[in-house]
Design a protein. Structure first.
Ligand code: IPD
Ligand code: CA
Ligand code: CA
Length: 570
């Protein structure tokens, strides 16, 4: 959910067309109010002079589709999301009207906009090496003498296989964003362009009745060989060249996608299509709206359900940032000892999650491992570990997670744990069961330890491992307490022991594991309460229930397990 990341935008680069002074003044006044620097760059100039790689940018284009396409060319290689304001006369890509500029920006900054990844294409030919978001046209060159032949012959290959010889005015290869016009004129389908990675080969004014538009995966390598002179135009002529006989054009999906910001001030795709094409399928129907839209409500149950949705979106947004930084974190700070570390990624994820939650629930308290506590005025407090398993993360190991819990009057009532590398979302609401990617999960029913797989957290003197390894099928130490609880919940482990976790490590996982049927206690067998100990670390024993008493007995018998560390309350 990239849109949520826009809540942490630090600077704006505005690509400005010559007639957009008024829109630029409005943008600058809005940004000034929000303390966000704006760098205005005139169309034709390069954004490199104002760009710093470590900053989070929003790219805004002020102009028509030409300015927007220039924005795509400059912002996309840097993966800067693009918001297009239509200050021109007629525009399809830049679709926000200037009068909605500040409202659209407010929505984006609140994290309420969405960001679509749009497939681009890459075109390589003699003197051409570029990307485009719309299409590449290979068209006949008008003959000097009208009596001469006007058709173009083009041989087309897909991944080396000969597709055929196209005769006519030429052909277009288009992305899902650029396909609508040419596709319809050739009797092809409408493409829904959001997160759609495909390419379409469309014959132009073909002389062969049987030739139809062809859709291929964006990984397909398309080769077009010209049998005579032809013109090549990318994105309506932003790049153009003349092809000679036997020239080869290689076209495929580009590696980088364009990040397109959509706000509620843009036309919805299907609304705009149905209006432009006069579809009858929507007539006399109400606007069904966005099925996922948050419902404003005071009802407690609804607050928790809303909280779960926001937590999942915040976790996905932060997870995307973590995936980008995974394996390339250089700066590690030490907290209490050499294993207790924090990285720039912890702070980045923290910033995204806490900003999103603060925007959506301004009266809720927020306690995150990596930032100062925010005291709220309501009965709800969020408990967050923005990166659980930092040690794994910093070493390029994929076992790390994001843990977000909602606590109501000292009781965790909702938990979300997201594993960015496997894109797995564990979630639960108190009393409503636990899920993995929306499907119910439950603990195992193995009843004897010798058939059980155990997980352990920090094991100070290795006693848990050495003792339990003999008694069970195995003991694994995976490095994220939040994920350990989810693995217990989903049945890939039967029991676990955590020696000294903080409340934010386990609050979300506790709701998920309990809702999946797990038994969670202290080493004494008392019900585990992740909140009661507050700042203190504490010990947690979890199981599928069936082996719980046996496990507790083993822990008790095994006196050489190191005693828990002294807590601040001792
Ligand atoms: C740690 C991990 C680890 C557990 C430690 C936690 P962090 O959290 O969950 O598995 O054994 O007790 O502190 O520092 O990576 O967020
Ligand atoms: Ca942690
Ligand atoms: Ca952490």
């Amino acid at each position: 959910m990239y849109g949520r990341r826009l809540a942490t935008i630090e600077e704006i680069i505005a690509l400005v067309s010559p007639d957009s002074d008024e829109e630029l003044s409005t943008l600058e006044a809005w940004a000034d109010n929000h303390g966000i620097p704006v760098h205005a760059v005139e169309v034709g100039d390069d954004i490199d002079s104002v760009y710093a790689p470590e900053r989070e940018y929003l790219g805004v284009t002020l102009g028509g589709d030409g300015t927007y396409l220039e924005g795509v060319r400059q912002f996309s290689p840097k993966q800067i999301p693009i918001l297009g304001i239509n200050a021109g006369t007629l525009a399809f890509l830049a679709s926000i009207s200037p009068c909605d500029l500040t409202d659209a920006l407010d929505e984006a900054l609140r994290g309420g906009a969405t960001v679509d990844r749009r497939q681009q294409l890459h075109v390589a030919a003699d003197r051409v090496n570029c990307t485009g978001i719309n299409d590449v046209m290979i068209e006949h060159e008008p003959p000097e003498d009208p009596v001469d032949r006007k058709i173009t012959r083009l041989q087309v290959f897909a991944d080396g296989e000969f597709v055929g010889e196209y005769e006519g005015s030429g052909l277009a290869v288009s992305t899902p964003t650029g396909s609508t016009g040419v596709s319809l004129s050739a009797g092809g389908p409408v493409h829904y362009p959001m997160n759609n990675s495909s390419l379409q080969i469309v014959p132009l004014h073909t002389h062969q009745m049987g030739v139809r538009p062809l859709i291929v995966d964006a990984d397909t390598t398309i080769k077009v060989v010209a049998e005579g002179p032809a013109n090549l135009l990318v994105d309506g002529g932003r790049v153009q060249s003349r092809l000679e006989e036997d020239d080869v054009v290689t076209i495929g999906g580009a590696d980088t996608s364009a990040l397109v910001v959509n706000t509620s001030y843009d036309d919805d795709f299907f609304t705009s299509i149905s209006e432009k094409l006069g579809w009858s399928v929507r007539e006399d129907r109400h606007d069904r709206g966005d099925a996922d839209r948050l419902v404003e409500t005071e009802d407690d149950g609804e607050v928790v359900r809303q909280a779960k949705q926001v937590a999942e979106e915040a976790a996905k947004a932060a997870g995307e940032a973590l995936r980008e930084l995974h394996g390339q974190t250089e700066s590690v700070e030490y907290k209490s000892d050499k294993s207790d570390i924090v990285t720039e990624a912890d702070y980045k994820a923290d910033n995204i999650i806490t900003t999103v939650i603060e925007n959506e629930f301004p009266d809720h308290g927020i306690r995150s491992e990596e930032s100062d506590e925010r005291v709220g005025s309501s009965e709800y407090t969020w408990l967050i570990d923005p990166l659980d398993g930092t040690g794994n993360f910093a070493h390029g190991n994929p076992n790390y997670s994001i843990s977000i819990a909602l606590v109501e009057d000292e009781e965790p009532v909702m938990g979300v744990v997201y594993a960015p590398e496997t894109d797995e979302m564990f979630a639960a609401i108190d009393g409503e069961g636990a899920t993995l990617d929306g499907l119910p999960i439950s603990t195992t029913d193995r009843a004897t330890l010798d058939e059980c797989m155990l997980l352990s957290g920090y094991d100070p003197n290795g006693a848990f491992l050495s003792h339990c390894y003999q008694e069970t099928r195995g003991v694994r130490s995976l490095g994220s307490a939040a994920l350990n609880l989810c693995f217990l919940a989903a049945g890939s482990a039967d029991a676990l022991w955590e020696f000294d976790t903080y409340p934010w490590d386990v609050a979300a996982g506790v709701v998920i594991a309990r809702e999946a049927g797990a038994t969670l206690t202290t080493a004494n067998g008392d019900r585990y309460d992740p909140i009661a100990a507050h700042e203190a670390r504490n010990e947690l024993v979890g199981s599928n229930g069936a082996v719980h008493e046996t496990l507790l007995r083993h822990l008790d018998e095994k006196q050489d397990l190191q005693a828990p560390k002294q807590t601040s309350a001792d």
